[in-house]
Design a protein around this ligand. Structure first.
Ligand SMILES: Cc1cc2nc3c(=O)[nH]c(=O)nc-3n(C[C@H](O)[C@H](O)[C@H](O)COP(=O)(O)OP(=O)(O)OC[C@H]3O[C@@H](n4cnc5c(N)ncnc54)[C@H](O)[C@@H]3O)c2cc1C
Length: 397
């Protein structure tokens, strides 16, 4: 075993995905002694590529850490058209309802990751690639982080084998929370998969996103360049069938499923499937440890809230660390303050997403009536609509 650190570091961030890398950049001028450990190889992706709808607040955060203007394929969403198939009820949310230039922005996960990696490199932030954290154990003084490193990781000069770091705070942003056994996560399987793809329509309306609730589950089309990013949820068996269809059959099925709202679909590329579940940690702090991002809560993508919520974890943790003395890093008092400040927003995000999944997954014909009334009410009462748009954009703090 190579023991790499005698004095504990201030912070070790496990996972340099979008959440962990953004936190590392937010701490750039702190003077803290910290490093990032990521299992993926340099230049690789931790998980499958996808498009992400980011809220306006996420844009502000990425501007502050200097990566927003590095993202070439950002597509603004100015209107969201929400409807249910085969029943009444429709609402349209406009950027003007929330008083912002755009309701959100669509980007590619892989492009965001590449921009974050480049920013980490430019800022000289220490990151070990190919470094999989096997376990974290903590006592009152420090967390010990055991890493299985591959040859060629850590700026190309670390030997393969095991490395151990110690830190006054370990931040687990590994997407699953598996590195930290002390924090328990609940899991509710939705028995649904999301099929993602890029589709072209003959009647693309720039800036307009469609969220459509159907008896199989929700389907969304997000404007992405001159195409749409599709997220279509259905049972695993149905998604397997859809993946196996040739392009022409798939496009015809999509049109039958989606109706005429977004025109006729003419091309599709890059179909992938993701299993869907709700996973969340009731408490996000432990002894000298925090979980954040998807490690704290992984949500159904129905309302595009998962990463947006994770970014609010990141920002609040950065503020908590930067506001305190260096000696307070990882103390029980500091972690309790962070836990309190995230409670309402996290629970609201989880509850809202889970309720939407349950409300719109109900196939009983009578369930369509209250859903339709809800959508119509939202459309007819501007203050309600504004409040809803604001909650979707900013969360509840
Ligand atoms: C189909 C789909 C669509 C989505 N759409 C949206 C959307 O529109 N809007 C939105 O806000 N969210 C969306 N999400 C959610 C979003 O993808 C996640 O919230 C986001 O990727 C979480 O980022 P993260 O950094 O927490 O975790 P991850 O992206 O999972 O990154 C984790 C990182 O940790 C590293 N790692 C893992 N294990 C270890 C280990 N043991 N040791 C060291 N490193 C490790 C990995 O290599 C990776 O780099 C969607 C999700 C899906 C599945």
């Amino acid at each position: 075993m190579v023991s790499d650190a005698i004095d504990p570091l201030d912070v070790v961030i496990v996972g340099g995905g979008p959440a962990g890398a953004t936190l590392a950049l937010a701490l750039r001028d702190s003077g803290f002694d910290y490093r990032v450990l990521d299992a993926r190889p340099r230049g690789g992706l931790g998980i499958g590529d996808r498009t992400l709808a980011l809220a306006h607040n996420a844009r502000l955060l990425f501007e502050r850490v200097g990566v927003w203007d590095k993202l070439a394929s950002v597509t603004p969403i100015t209107t969201i058209d929400v409807s249910q198939r085969g029943a009444f009820g429709i609402t349209r949310l406009d950027a003007s309802d929330a008083g912002v230039p755009a309701l959100g922005y669509v980007i590619r996960y892989s492009e965001l990751q590449a921009a974050l990696d480049a920013a980490l490199h430019d800022a000289g932030i220490a990151i070990d690639f190919g470094a999989r954290v096997a376990s974290v154990a903590a006592d009152d003084a420090a967390s010990r982080i055991r890493v299985v490193a591959h040859a060629g990781s850590r700026n190309g000069d670390a030997p393969a084998g095991q490395v151990e770091y110690s830190a006054r705070l370990v931040v687990v942003a590994d997407g699953t929370g598996e590195s930290l056994r002390e924090i328990h996560r609940r899991r509710i399987d939705y028995h649904q998969h999301a099929l993602t793809a890029i589709v072209t329509s003959d009647a693309m309306k720039p800036g307009v996103a469609y969220e459509r609730f159907t008896k199989d589950g929700p389907a969304a089309l997000l404007p992405f360049g001159t195409n749409y990013a599709l997220i279509w949820t259905a049972t695993p068996a149905r998604v397997t069938e859809l993946l196996e269809q040739d392009d022409a059959s798939f496009l015809a099925t999509l049109h039958r499923h989606f109706g005429d709202r977004a025109g006729r679909f003419t091309a599709v590329t890059g179909r992938h499937a993701f299993p869907l579940s709700l996973q969340f940690a009731a408490r996000v702090t432990g002894t000298r440890s925090v979980v954040l991002g998807n490690a704290a809560q992984a949500l159904h993508p129905i309302a595009g809230q998962g990463f947006n919520l994770g970014l609010r974890d990141v920002w609040t943790l950065a503020e908590t660390l930067l506001d305190g003395d260096r000696g307070a890093i990882g103390s029980a008092t500091q972690l309790a303050a962070y836990e309190r400040s995230r409670r309402v927003d996290r629970w609201a995000g989880v509850a809202m997403t889970h309720s939407l999944v349950r409300a719109f997954a109900n196939e009983h014909p009578l369930a369509a009536l209250p859903r339709g009334l809800g959508l119509t009410l939202l459309d007819c009462v501007p203050p309600l609509k504004r409040a809803f748009a604001r909650a979707m954009l900013n969360g509840l703090r």
